[in-house]
Design a binder for this molecule. Structure first.
Ligand SMILES: Nc1ncnc2c1ncn2[C@@H]1O[C@H](COP(=O)(O)OP(=O)(O)OP(=O)(O)O)[C@@H](O)[C@H]1O
Ligand SMILES: [Mg+2]
Length: 250
C-alpha cells in the first residue's frame, strides 16, 4: 500500500483535480484506492459527488477519536472516500493533545488500509497542522505545479519542510506533476525544464494539459472518466496513473 500526500501550499494548482482524477485513473487500472479529504473546503468530496457536511468525516476522527473506518464510504467500485466533514478546520484551534496533534491522522490510519493499493491525501493550500498531519502519515508527496511565473516560488519552503521532517527521522520522497499545462505558451515549458534541472527523475512524465472539461466535471460530481472519457483530460490522468504505478519520469 502506498500513501501519497498531494500537496502544495500554493492555492489552485490542481491538487484536488489531481487527487480525484488520478485516483479514478488508478481504479481503472484495477487498483483499490482510498482518497482522504484533508481540506476543510471539502472540494474533493464535492468533486466526487458527496455532500461533505451531511456525514461524519475526518473531523470526527481527528477531533473526537472516531475510528476512521466508520467514515470511509465507497463512492465508486474500488474507490473509497473519507470526507472532510464540516468541522475539520477546528483542529487548528484545538490546544489539547499537545505534541500528538501532528500525528493524529497517522495514528488513526495505523493498520486500517492494508487492503488498499493507494491512499491519496488531498491537502489544503496551507502549511498548517492539517498538512503536518498529512506529512507524518506518508513517505511520498506528489506536488502539482502549475506552470506560471510564481509556481516555483514557495517550493523551497516546502522542500525545506521535508528536510525538517527528515531530521526527525521521517523521510518523504517528492515527485512532481505539471498541471494546467498550456502547450502554446513558453513559460510552462520553462518552469518544467527548471524543475527537471533541480529535481532530476522526479517530474512525472505526463503533463496535465489545461482543459475546460477538467474544470467542469466537479460541478457534476463526476471524474473526468465519467464526464468525458475520450477527452484530453481523461487521457492525461490515465497516463499519469501509469506514471505513478511504474515510476515513469521525464
Ligand atoms: N488541467 C486543468 N485544466 C483546466 N482547469 C483546471 C485544471 N486543473 C484544475 N483546474 C481548475 O482550476 C481550479 C483549481 O484546481 P483545484 O481545485 O484542483 O486546485 P487546488 O490546488 O486543489 O486548489 P486549492 O488550493 O484551493 O485546494 C479549479 O477550478 C479546477 O477545476
Ligand atoms: Mg484543493
Amino acid at each position: 500500500m502506498r500513501t501519497i500526500a498531494v500537496i502544495n501550499q500554493k492555492g489552485g494548482v490542481g491538487k484536488t483535480t489531481t487527487t480525484a482524477n488520478l485516483a479514478h485513473g488508478l481504479v481503472l487500472e484495477q487498483h483499490k484506492v482510498t482518497v482522504i479529504d484533508l481540506d476543510p473546503q471539502g472540494h474533493l468530496s464535492t468533486s466526487l459527488g458527496v455532500e461533505n457536511t451531511q456525514q461524519p468525516g475526518l473531523d470526527s476522527v481527528l477531533l473526537h477519536d472516531r475510528p476512521i473506518e466508520e467514515c470511509v464510504r465507497e463512492v465508486r467500485p474500488g474507490l473509497s472516500l473519507v470526507p472532510a466533514g464540516p468541522h475539520l478546520g477546528d483542529i487548528e484551534h484545538h490546544a489539547m493533545r499537545g505534541v500528538k496533534r501532528g500525528t493524529l491522522l497517522r495514528d488513526a490510519m495505523v493498520n486500517k488500509f492494508q487492503d488498499q493499493d493507494y491512499v491519496l491525501i488531498d491537502c489544503p493550500p496551507a502549511s498548517n497542522l492539517l498538512v503536518i498531519n498529512a506529512l507524518f502519515s506518508t513517505h511520498e508527496a506528489l506536488i502539482p505545479i502549475a506552470g506560471d511565473y510564481l509556481s516555483l516560488q514557495g517550493l523551497s519552503y516546502l522542500i525545506g519542510t521535508f528536510k525538517n521532517f527528515e531530521k526527525l527521522g521521517h523521510r518523504i520522497s517528492e515527485s512532481f506533476v505539471m498541471t494546467r499545462f498550456n502547450t502554446r505558451r513558453r513559460l510552462p515549458q520553462q518552469v518544467m525544464d527548471t524543475l527537471k534541472q533541480y529535481f532530476p527523475n522526479r517530474v512525472l512524465a505526463t503533463r496535465i494539459r489545461e482543459a475546460a472539461a477538467l474544470a467542469e466535471c466537479p460541478s457534476f460530481g463526476k471524474t473526468i472518466f465519467e464526464y468525458r472519457k475520450k477527452s484530453n483530460g481523461a487521457y492525461d490522468y490515465q497516463s499519469l496513473a501509469l506514471d505513478l504505478a511504474y515510476g515513469r519520469t521525464s
